[in-house]
Every structure is written in structure tokens, then in C-alpha cells.
Design a protein. Structure first.
Lengths: 359, 405
């Protein structure tokens, strides 16, 4: 420790009126840990009485890395809140077909919409149903699926599902044009219809060209097919690793899970000690070749693409290329705050990090 | 005198019943009325500018204190810019700004708590409210010196090292200059022209570089040329005034041509040294003056030639010691002022203007020297003069290699 740092620590400690923050800061790995506690109203290095971060026992949680203090992203204006989104699975509407099979249907609309991707930073997104990522479509293996798609955007779009289906239902420009599919122009509608197979954690996205642009602007979402026999009961979470190229230089400025950088650092995801937590994780980050997921102080079973009920790996870090996804299962044996973040640390410090709050 | 006749007939035109000041004000009043009506009607025919806002921020000043980075940013573009987030080395950081909204030509100071490490490089980007980015690089992080009395003392010392002492040393050639033949004096004066020409080129280049690195809203590189022209004209005016005085004095049998020329040269060199001081001071402030001692030695050798330039015209005169000291101070002391300004409040627009002013002053001074070089036939570019000028350029070039800020 250089004298310079020590002096700053002392000042911070004096402001807090306690030695705890001083000690806390000396613990390695705190740079990330300190990612903005948005809950704290204090600024700079000072801690004031009544600081929520101090109250919950994490006295060192003052901002160091992360977005600047101040107003948060306006979730109401955005129309979605990552805290709700993380457990929001859209099961659609169902009815029995004459054959006895379940028919599951969703309404999907492409909408151009400006969203706030970081506090104070507006981004002209293209969305499915006004949110980024789009709704997490969830169904069971073997069901018949119908996705009624209307293009309310000013640009032509498609929905391309990962799964097994005929070419004309693939949401590709030039395929299925004869039946009104292929590229769906503004004002047009089309119904995608196919069987739910195979079971696993999949995704959908727009496949209009230029492809990178249509994906990067926000046209993607998760598509989960449950196995027939179901999975063990669990607290289920959906995490879509995404990013935004706000200055259009083919590189991302803001990284996140579920769109809003540092959101789960400010608002940790609350889970119960000992309960099975299942994370449906996908990576749709454009422009960067890979993304990763790492959880602190714990290990998880990893089911790549979720297509097998046998885990492939027991680990605490996995890597996903764009379009890769999988299912993670873990239990937290201890209470407390546990960080999760991209172990591509650049992404972490540009927004892709958060906490589990185990109680 | 037909032209004069035309003017006088204009003067006696029909408007002559009105007082002159009223005639002068009428067009102004009409312009104001036209602008008022145009604005009141909401600029008919000219809609809002189409397209997204133009965001153009320039970082004017970087200050590094332990655990803190401070940027002063100026809005160079036509539209207001909102600074939403700040990233240092690809990681978002907390920050405070005097104002997060920066209007046209406005500026704001951004303070970032950050444990930077001496000698390392930092890439900073400001993320604006529209998602645009403004990049800024700190090439080599070093603590910005506090502007206290000790600091100014150091700057004064630097200024004395690079400005006053070398010029004074150079002036010690005066006895030598007095002894030598008139032809050799001509050669020395030509050498001075070469030295000065090099300095002028150098100043313009440096000024353009400095201006282009900073904000453009206040004129950018144009300031160099505006500064050059302004100082040229100012010095020509001063010269005209002094010539008038000298002629009156000469009628009483006083002041000499040589001292007058020496003073002009000293003023030109002084302006140049002001710019040089700015460069040294600002480099010091941003920590780029790592080779301090070497640089000072380089400047000292380089600037000794300036002292020679001042005494060259004094070959046939016997100025007092105090007058010589004054000449030396006029030429050298501005380096002290420049170093202090450059280190404490470096402003690229001001620096560009001053460097330009130095170049303009030198151009004027060269013009003043030329008559003294002319040979019996009135030619300025005779072989000896050309040899002298080239030698001067070469001398500056070679000693200039010792210096690179």
C-alpha cells in the first residue's frame, strides 16, 4: 500500500466514523464489489449515517466502479424492470386441439422504442413487445406453437427461432415468402407455427439483414422448451447477456444481463439459502466473440443448451459464444451477498455484474 | 484631386442636414429591426435543423491528484451535450461534474475518484445522453503540481534557465561584435535573420499543433495567424512611433539606430520565449517533461544564439550596462511568465495565439534588420548575407535537435 492510498483510506474511514470501511477496502477484489451501490445516496467516498449499504452490514459498498451516482434508469418509461424480468416467463395462451395436443399461442409485435440503457443514456432500440430482451417464451416439449407476429416497426423484421422446424417457418428473408413468411415488412403480419422440440434452453432473434444491426438493436429473446417430465422444482431465473453499441462504432459501450448494466448490483437478486436456483442463461452480445458467467463462492451444474438432464460440468465459470446458452443449477449454502459477473472483466466493469442476496 | 472631389460631393449630399452620428446609426438600427422581425416571426422559411444533435466535446485540461482525475471539457459543437457516464480504462466509474449539461461553448469540470498509477496510460471515454462517446487519453499519468509559491518559484527558475541566462550569455558576444570588421557584422546580422526565421517557422508549426489538439470553437489554428498578423501590425506601429521619436531625438543628437533595432529584436524574441515558456510549463504540468535537465540544457544552448541576435546591431554603439540588461530581460523574462501560465492554466487557444504573435513579431523584426545587411549596391541577398542566413538556420536546426517538448 502506498502512502497515497493509505491517506485516502483514512479520509474515508474518518468520514464513516468507523474503522470498518478501511479494513474492508483492503480486501482484494473489492474494486468490482464496490460497483455502485445505487441504494446509497452518499456521494464520493463518504458514508453517512443511515446509508443502506452500511445498515446491511456491507459498509465498504461505496461506489468505486460502476455508473455514476444519481437518478437510476427510468424503468417505468422503459416499460420493463430487470428485477421483475429475471423471473418473468411468458407461457402464452393454451387450448386443446382435437387431437388432444396442446396448442400454445403468443402475440409478438416489433416496435421501435427508445430505451434508457444506462442512467441518462438513451438508445433507439428495436424491440419485441416493447422490451429488450423480448419476452421469455416458455412451453413444453411436443406442444404445437403459434407465434402471431406483427411488424409495428418502421423496418422489415422476422423472428428466427432456434429449434427444429420446416424451412418456411425459419424466419429467414427469402424462405416461406409464398405463404406470407420470410421478410415481414412494416405493417405486415405472419404466424410462425411449429412443434416445440427439442427440449432445452433456446433463443429467437430477428434475421433480417444487416443481421448484426437487427440483433444489436434489441430484437432477441429466450425460448425455453421444458422436458415432458419437467425439471425439479426450483427458483427459476432468466438471464440474457446482452450489450449496446450506443455510439455505432461496432463495439459495445454498455454490457448487462437483461439490458440494464449494474442493475443487479444495485438491486441484488434475492434467493433462499439451500433452495435450488435454476438459471436459464444465454449470450446474444453482438460484436464481441465470447461472453462468460462466473458466480462467487459457489459452484453450479451446467447443462449446455439444456438438452440433457445430465449436467456436463460442475464449475463456477462458463463461456458462451453468441447464440450459445445453457441451464445452470446451484444452491447457496451460506447467507450473504454473492457476486456474479462476466469473467471477461472488461464486460463486468462496463455493466455486466450483479449480486445474489441469499437469506 | 478628383477622388477627393467625389468624396466632398458625397459629404454635401442631401443627407447633410442630419448630424453625422445619426447617419451612422441609421443602418445599425435597420439591421437590428430586420433581425428583430426575423426572430419575432420565428425565422420564417428556416425549419429546425434536421438530424440528430451534433455532439462535439473537447477535453481542455487534465489534472491528476492522488486518487483523483479531473477533466475540464468544452463543448465545441452547436448543440447542448449531456454527460451521462464516464469510463476509465473500459470500466464505468463514479464521477461528479460541475454541470452534466454543457451548452455551446460552455465548459464543465468532471471529477473522477480513481486510483491511477504514476507512469501508466489511461483511456477515458465520456458517454453522452445520446450514447455518443468522447475519447480522451492520458498518455503518461503524473501528478499535476499544485500551483503554490514553491511551484511558481520552480517555474521562475525554469524560465530563468531557458530564457534569461542563455540570452544574457549570448549577449556577452558584444565586445567581440564591436571589434570585428563591418562585413563580419553584416554576416552576424544575416545569421540573426536565419535564427529568427527558424524560430518563426517553429512557432507557427508549434502553434498549429497546439491549436489542433485543443478545442476548435474559439478559432483553432486560425488563432496562430491572427496572432501573427496582430503582433506584426502592433510592432510596426510601435516601430513607427519610435522612429518618429528617434528622428526628433536625432535632431537633438541622441538615440542611435542600433539600440532601436536591438530593442525590436528583443521584443520579438521575448514574444517567442513566452510561447516557449508556455510549452515548457504545460509539458511540465502534464508530466511530459520527464527529461527536464536535458531539455533545459537544450533550450539554453538554443537560446544563447538569441542573445547574439540582440547584440549584433549594437556593433557601433556603446549602450550602458543597464540598457543591455533591460534588452536581455525583454527577450528572456517572458519565458518565466510563459512557464508559469503554461503550467498553471494552460489554454491551447491562448498558447496558439501567443505562438502566432511570436512569429508575427519575428517577421517584423526581420524586416527591420534587412536594411542593415544591404551592401553598397543596396542588395540584401548578397553572398555573405545568404551564407549568414543559411548558417543561422542550420545553427537553430542543430541546436533545436536538443529540444523536443
Amino acid at each position: 500500500m502506498s502512502p497515497r492510498i493509505s491517506r485516502r483510506k483514512l479520509l474515508g474511514g474518518a468520514a464513516a466514523g468507523a474503522a470498518l470501511p478501511v479494513l474492508h477496502e483492503l480486501i482484494p477484489h473489492q474494486g468490482l464489489h464496490h460497483a455502485l451501490d445505487g441504494a446509497s445516496a452518499s456521494s464520493g467516498h463518504q458514508h453517512t449515517a443511515g446509508d443502506p449499504a452500511a445498515v446491511d452490514g456491507d459498509a465498504g459498498m461505496h461506489s468505486h466502479n460502476g455508473f455514476a451516482m444519481g437518478p437510476e434508469v427510468n424503468h417505468r418509461a422503459n416499460g420493463f424492470d430487470p428485477s421483475a424480468m429475471v423471473r418473468d416467463f411468458d407461457w402464452g395462451k393454451t387450448r386443446r386441439l382435437a387431437s388432444g395436443r396442446v396448442l400454445r399461442e403468443w402475440e409478438m409485435v416489433a416496435i421501435d422504442k427508445e430505451i434508457e440503457v444506462a442512467p441518462g443514456v438513451k438508445y433507439a432500440a428495436w424491440t419485441y413487445n416493447g422490451r429488450v430482451p423480448g419476452p421469455t417464451l416458455r412451453c413444453r416439449e411436443g406442444e404445437r406453437l403459434r407465434i402471431h407476429f406483427g411488424n409495428g416497426s418502421s423496418h422489415p423484421h422476422t423472428i428466427h427461432f432456434h429449434g427444429i422446424h420446416p424451412a418456411f417457418m425459419d424466419g429467414m428473408p427469402g424462405l416461406g415468402e409464398g405463404i406470407g413468411g420470410g421478410l415481414i415488412r412494416p405493417g405486415e403480419t405472419f404466424t410462425y407455427e411449429f412443434d416445440a422440440e427439442p427440449f432445452g434452453m433456446h433463443l429467437y432473434h430477428c434475421h433480417a439483414t444487416p443481421l448484426a444491426e437487427h440483433i444489436a438493436k434489441g430484437l432477441y429473446g429466450a425460448f425455453i422448451v421444458d422436458p415432458k417430465q419437467g425439471r425439479e422444482d426450483a427458483d427459476e431465473l432468466i438471464m440474457v447477456m446482452n450489450a449496446f453499441d450506443t455510439n455505432f462504432d461496432f463495439g459495445n459501450e454498455v454490457y448487462a444481463v437483461n439490458s440494464i448494466g449494474f442493475h443487479y448490483a444495485k438491486h441484488p437478486i434475492k434467493v433462499k439459502r439451500g433452495e435450488l436456483v435454476r438459471i436459464y442463461l444465454m449470450n446474444i452480445v453482438e460484436f464481441d466473440p465470447i461472453n462468460s458467467f462466473h458466480v462467487h463462492a459457489n459452484f453450479f451444474n451446467y447443462f449446455p443448451t439444456g438438452t440433457s438432464l445430465q449436467p456436463l460440468e460442475y464449475t463456477d465459470t462458463i463461456v458462451q459464444a453468441q447464440g450459445q446458452r445453457g441451464v445452470l443449477e446451484l444452491r447457496f449454502p451460506y447467507e450473504g451477498r454473492y457476486m456474479f459477473h462476466a469473467h471477461k472483466t472488461e464486460f463486468a466493469e462496463l455493466g455486466w455484474l450483479g449480486f445474489f442476496e441469499v437469506a | 484631386m478628383e477622388a477627393r472631389g467625389a468624396v466632398s460631393s458625397l459629404r454635401q449630399g442631401p443627407g447633410s442636414r442630419l448630424p453625422a452620428w445619426a447617419l451612422g446609426l441609421i443602418p445599425l438600427a435597420l439591421i437590428a429591426a430586420a433581425v428583430g422581425v426575423f426572430a419575432a416571426l420565428g425565422a420564417p422559411g428556416l425549419g429546425e435543423r434536421s438530424g440528430p444533435p451534433i455532439e462535439d466535446l473537447a477535453v481542455e485540461r487534465t489534472v491528476l491528484h492522488p486518487g483523483e482525475i479531473e477533466l475540464t471539457v468544452r463543448n465545441d459543437g452547436p448543440d447542448q451535450v449531456g454527460i451521462a457516464q464516464v469510463s476509465v480504462n473500459d470500466g464505468y466509474v463514479d464521477f461528479e461534474a460541475t454541470s452534466k449539461e454543457v451548452g455551446r461553448l460552455g465548459s464543465t469540470t468532471i471529477t473522477i475518484p480513481y486510483d491511477w498509477i504514476e507512469g501508466e496510460s489511461y483511456e477515458i471515454f465520456l458517454l453522452t445522453s445520446t450514447g455518443g462517446t468522447v475519447d480522451h487519453t492520458i498518455d503518461v499519468a503524473a501528478e499535476t503540481p499544485e500551483a503554490d509559491s514553491g511551484f511558481y518559484g520552480l517555474m521562475a527558475l525554469l524560465g530563468i534557465y531557458v530564457g534569461v541566462i542563455p540570452v544574457a550569455l549570448g549577449m556577452l558576444w558584444l565586445p567581440f561584435v564591436r571589434r570585428i570588421d563591418r562585413r563580419w557584422v553584416q554576416l552576424l546580422l544575416a545569421l540573426t535573420v536565419g535564427l529568427l526565421a527558424f524560430l518563426a517557422i517553429d512557432a507557427v508549426q508549434e502553434g498549429v499543433d497546439v491549436a489542433q489538439a485543443g478545442p476548435q470553437a474559439l478559432g483553432g489554428a486560425a488563432l496562430v495567424f491572427v496572432g501573427a498578423l496582430a503582433s506584426y501590425l502592433l510592432l510596426a506601429g510601435v516601430d513607427g512611433y519610435m522612429t518618429g521619436r528617434r528622428e526628433r531625438a536625432a535632431a537633438r543628437g541622441g538615440d542611435a539606430v542600433g539600440t532601436h533595432l536591438a530593442l525590436l529584436i528583443a521584443i520579438g524574441i521575448g514574444l517567442h520565449n513566452l510561447g516557449e515558456g508556455l510549452a515548457i510549463g504545460s509539458s511540465y504540468a502534464i508530466g511530459a517533461l520527464a527529461l527536464g535537465a536535458f531539455l533545459v540544457v537544450g533550450f539554453a544552448i538554443h537560446n544563447t544564439t538569441e542573445g547574439l541576435a540582440i547584440v549584433a546591431p549594437l556593433a557601433e554603439e556603446r549602450p550602458g550596462l543597464s540598457r543591455l540588461a533591460l534588452l536581455g530581460l525583454v527577450a528572456g523574462a517572458p519565458a518565466i511568465v510563459g512557464a508559469a501560465i503554461g503550467a498553471a492554466a494552460f489554454d491551447s487557444s491562448l498558447a496558439a495565439f501567443l505562438l502566432g504573435a511570436g512569429a508575427g513579431a519575428i517577421a517584423q523584426v526581420i524586416q527591420q534588420i534587412v536594411p542593415s545587411i544591404r551592401d553598397a549596391d543596396g542588395r540584401a541577398l548578397h553572398p555573405i548575407a545568404v551564407a549568414g542566413i543559411l548558417a543561422g538556420l542550420a545553427l537553430m536546426y542543430v541546436t533545436g535537435l536538443l529540444v523536443s517538448v
